[in-house]
Design a protein around this ligand. Sequence first.
Ligand code: CA
Length: 133
Amino acid sequence: MLIEDDPLQSQLLRFHLEGVTDDIHVTRSGLNGVEMIENLQPTCVLLDMGLPDIDGFEVLRLIRERRLTNLVNVIVLSALKDPNRIAAAIDGGAFDYITKPFTPVELQARVRNALRRNCQECKLDLAYRLGMT
Ligand code: CA
């Protein structure tokens, strides 16, 4: 899922992710994004920090409040490389942080990494291998 208000950026992200996944939902609003996360429970969310309604930190806070942090892997997209900001995002429940401008290969690798996590199949597979089923 993409939470990105810039249509051009959003189009670019979709384009770069074509080979990674074809199941992409997009919203321009942070509040709508939180609703969609709750309803769709996507494995991976690309979250732009600068949104028109609420900012990315507020989105992360609402995801925590609704206890969805462990269900979705949020990758923050930000132009700011400030280490304190990166730390705050990770501490706030983000799974990963990508600074803009990013290269397609880096984006794709990070999204693939996020998609590998929390996938029900993977969990079952792991449980099976650990003899938990
Ligand atoms: Ca933005």
